[in-house]
Write a protein that binds this ligand. Structure first.
Ligand code: FAD
Length: 409
């Protein structure tokens, strides 16, 4: 502790969180990072790593809940940065379920949280997954265009889901799927709701599994819903609340936020932190390499051209982290993102990860371009962060609207 007077402002992590970070770093450095290249090549969910993570209490609902509830708001950013510093594909497999869990927490009742979230994680020896399914072939950035329909069958007191979801992380292999569907298409995005599809539901199947540019250890697939019947209680928030909301909208009342949008808002600083983790890994790796690689009789890092690049990389990583921590802190304090601070963090961190990993390849020269060194993989992994959870353009749209008050299109 310093002798400086209490300023009321601190960027120091609390003791518990610093301990958690150090504990996690050890696991990430010894188990996750060394496994990254193998699972990238295999393009499969790294079940043995998930199992190891479950054994130490990392892959667990309890652990993630603790981090979400961490008082400073920095629990999730710190943990996600560390995981993705290790490997982004494996990292995504380890955190993919949290997006589904967040949507239940954001839109569900306490009973629904208690029933479904544990089934998205399981425990050692019985690891489980959750999947959040919003995107569709015709509804990517334009969430309002969702066509998947949920109709209520009063005779059986069930919802019937029909449609095709795409790009779902853990889609088709998850135990619990959360599906955003339209209940009343005439109301556009305001007529949507989120539904939990319980394990083993007939009518839910996996469509094509995507072969990707990066984060290849994370499973991404289509989810086909064909007369998938789920109990009445599976609509998040409950059917009564949904009917009241729809009635209010039909009478011209306030709409409230879209269910999918609420999930994305809450998750943005966490996603930004993942990108920070990749960027940090690349910046560190390149700096270390530049001190060892000798050309013209001196380490390449002694050339300003290289050192300045390293300086830009280090500064960019820290800037992205600060935006991320600010957004996470604001969210935890219940402060609204009036200037789209969540989007700012996601935008800057995603773009930083792509730029910094590319610079790392440049600094490694030919080595950087081969699969014998990790930076080409990190570059491929980084690119997803300008695309999913709202592309960079969509983040700019949100920020542009927030700071101008105009309906920017
Ligand atoms: C690996 C991976 C994992 C994913 N995981 C999930 C998941 O778990 N669950 C889920 O629901 N979804 C998931 N997604 C989907 C992801 O969120 C979408 O890919 C993303 O929202 C973009 O949608 P799109 O691909 O249809 O692109 P499009 O919306 O077609 O966009 C194409 C281009 O047009 C631009 N564009 C579109 N509209 C505008 C506009 N109004 N102004 C300016 N530019 C615009 C975009 O920025 C982009 O550059 C995942 C995607 C990938 C690749």
């Amino acid at each position: 502790m310093s002798d400086a007077p209490e300023s009321g402002f601190s960027l120091e992590l609390g003791e518990d969180l610093a301990r958690t970070r150090d504990w996690l770093h050890e696991f990430v450095a010894s188990v996750i990072r060394p496994a990254g290249a193998e699972w990238d090549e295999r393009e499969e969910t790294p079940w043995p790593v998930l199992e190891e993570a479950a054994k130490i209490g990392l892959y667990s609902l309890d652990f993630y809940t603790q981090q979400y509830l961490e008082p400073s708001g920095l629990g999730i950013p710190v943990v996600f940065e560390e995981l993705f510093w290790g490997d982004a594909g494996i990292g995504m497999s380890l955190v993919g379920s949290t997006l589904a869990a967040l949507s239940v927490v954001a839109n569900g009742t306490p009973e629904q949280v208690g029933e479904w979230c544990p089934q998205m994680f399981g425990g050692p020896g019985d690891v489980k997954l959750g999947a959040f399914c919003s995107s569709e072939p015709e509804a990517g950035s334009d969430v309002a265009a969702i066509r998947t329909r949920a109709t209520y069958d009063a005779a059986t007191r069930e919802w019937v889901l029909n449609g095709v979801k795409t790009w779902a992380t853990n889609g088709g292999i998850a135990d619990v799927h959360v599906v955003v569907a339209s209940v009343d298409p005439s109301l556009g995005s305001r007529g949507q709701a989120s539904f939990v599809v319980p394990p083993g539901t007939a009518g839910l199947s996996m469509g094509q599994k995507f072969r990707k540019h990066g984060i290849r250890a994370s499973h991404t697939a289509e989810v086909v819903l064909s007369d998938a019947r789920i109990p009445e209680r599976c609509v998040l928030g409950g059917r009564d609340r949904l009917e009241e909301r729809l009635a209010r909208i039909r009478e011209g009342g306030r709409a409230g936020e879209q269910a999918a949008m609420r999930t994305f808002e809450a998750s943005r600083p966490g996603v930004a932190a993942m990108a920070v983790g990749i960027a940090r890994a690349a910046a560190e790796y390149a700096a270390e390499y530049a001190t060892r690689r000798v050309q013209f009789g001196r380490p390449i890092g002694q050339n300003q051209a290289v050192a300045f690049m390293l300086a830009d990389m280090a500064a960019a990583v820290d800037a992205a982290r600060l935006l991320t921590w600010r957004a996470a802190w604001m969210a935890r304090q219940g402060r609204p993102f009036l200037r789209a601070e969540g989007s700012m963090s996601k935008l800057v961190a995603g773009e930083t990860a792509v730029r910094v990993t590319e610079q790392a390849i440049q600094i490694l020269g030919g080595n950087g371009y081969t699969r014998d060194f990790p930076v080409e993989r990190w570059h491929r992994d980084a690119k997803i962060f300008t695309i999913f959870e709202g592309t960079s353009e969509i983040q700019r749209l949100i920020i542009g609207r927030a700071i101008t008050g105009l309906d920017v299109r």
